[in-house]
Design a protein around this ligand. Structure first.
Ligand code: PLP
Length: 440
């Protein structure tokens, strides 16, 4: 299958090129040429399938033409080695899909793990560092940990995580500095923007690119974004099992806490493949760009504002271009499938306290946006689930401060915190970073 650019000015790309390059030459986002619907039998039997079986069928629609069946099956099964439970929150037909049971306790794990394995599939020569693909990633915290853990131990790939010295929380820092193996953490004497500038300069440097294969693990990569559609098929399969209503009368609603809109966009791909979810709610924090677009038809990106749900602090959602493209740029068609919500930090905190008091369920600040939007938006006769995108322990200080409790830190996170920190100190000068890479 070939991939086109949402900007329409770049040549069609193979899957391999789309995965290795990430962004098209015209700075557009790659879209698959076709979205194959899944057959009726698949949806009839989905409740009896495992997460991995479902994900394989979905992955086959996207990648089956370009990756042999056995390899694709291995990639899917290796990626999904943890649980994604659907938890009942209230008797009103409201469920939480917990996407935080992966290695770094946040939903980006699945995309990162899948991408690592697909990239490795396309670069099997691997071995020594010269044959290896080198992934450069700048992080202010969360992306670095998901990418580093997703790529950990994957053959033929070396990852360099650049992060700003002293600007990353200790819990986040230990998730990418204690790994070793094929992960190198680089502690830059500067701010996040300096890290990003170093990565950008590296991609543009001819000498460096002649010396080593460089690529990014950006969240807009099709290999990170498309696999997120697995969640929605899996949620539907579980709902089919547990919801006691005649399915033909039952309307399903899905609410997604959104920042760059990659996650919800993959859900919309699922709907296009036949997934019977009636409508979607995009829940935002105070960054209300998409919400405003739904209300007015005007898309006005603006600088992001800081909130307590900081993984959603995005002022120009990168996947907006994909949503527009999917709906033929029709505002009306988009509003038909998606509604929006936006919440202040005050409201997020209030929601976390209220949900805990009424249901005993501890939300994290991101999931809280989803829970509230679903609770406010769910109509008579509908059953809904929201995505709980991070474990509350990932935001322990905030969560404990708001709810007055003491959220337990899962063992996996504790294990990171016991590891020894290893990182390479680096100035913010590109010449230093380049010299370091040239020695590799
Ligand atoms: C990345 C992230 C989001 C937002 O997902 P998008 O795909 O960017 O919309 C929400 N919650 C958490 C915890 C995240 O890490």
């Amino acid at each position: 299958m070939l991939y086109y650019s949402t900007n329409g000015k770049a040549p069609l790309a193979t899957l391999e090129k789309a995965v290795v390059k990430g962004l098209a030459e015209d700075k557009g986002l790659y879209m698959p040429e076709r979205i194959k619907p899944l057959p009726k039998e698949f949806f009839d039997n989905i409740q009896d399938m495992t997460l991995q079986e479902i994900a394989y069928q979905v992955a086959d629609c996207f990648f089956g033409e370009d990756v042999d069946a056995e390899s694709l099956r291995r990639i899917v099964y290796d990626t999904l080695s943890f649980d994604i439970p659907l938890v009942k929150i209230s008797s009103r037909g409201l469920y939480s899909l917990e996407l935080f049971h992966g290695p770094t306790l946040a939903f980006k794990d699945v995309g990162a793990r899948f991408m690592a394995r697909l990239l490795s599939y396309f670069s099997p020569q691997g071995g020594g560092q010269n044959g290896a693909v080198n992934v450069l990633v700048a992080t202010s915290g969360d992306t670095g940990s998901a990418v580093a853990n997703g790529f950990l131990g994957v053959e033929g790939i070396h990852v360099y995580v650049l992060y700003p010295k002293g600007k990353v929380s200790p819990i986040q820092e230990c998730q990418f500095t204690t790994l070793g193996q094929n992960i190198t953490a680089i502690e830059v004497d500067g701010v996040f923007d300096d890290c990003q500038a170093l990565v950008k300069s590296a991609f543009m440097d001819e000498e460096l690119n002649a010396h080593m294969k460089l690529t990014s693990a950006n969240s807009i990569n099709v290999a990170r974004f498309l696999p997120q559609s697995f969640y929605y098929f899996w949620a539907y399969a579980q709902l089919k099992q547990i919801v006691n209503c005649k399915l033909s009368n039952c309307k399903f609603v899905c609410c997604v806490p959104s920042g760059n809109f990659g996650n919800i966009c993959s859900a919309l791909f699922g709907k296009r493949m036949g997934l019977p979810i009636d409508r979607f709610i995009a829940a935002n924090n105070a960054n209300d760009i998409f919400y405003n677009y739904l209300q007015t038809g005007q898309y006005n990106p603006k600088p992001s504002v800081q909130t307590i749900a900081n993984a959603m602090d995005v002022g120009a959602p990168s996947n907006f271009a994909r949503i527009l493209d999917l709906y033929g740029k029709s505002h009306k068609a988009i509003c038909n499938d998606i509604s929006g919500a936006t919440y202040t930090d005050e409201q997020i905190a209030e929601t976390m306290r209220q949900c805990l008091a009424e249901t005993g369920y501890q939300l994290d600040p991101h999931g809280a946006c989803g829970y509230r939007a679903l609770q406010e938006g769910l109509r008579e006769g509908e059953v809904g689930f929201f995505l709980e995108t991070a474990h509350p322990a990932k935001f322990k200080q905030t969560v404990d401060g708001i709810c007055g409790g003491d959220v337990a830190i899962p063992e996996r996170l504790q294990a990171f915190m016991k590891g020894a920190k290893q990182s390479v100190p680096m100035s913010k000068e590109f010449a230093d970073f380049k010299a370091f890479l040239l020695r590799k």
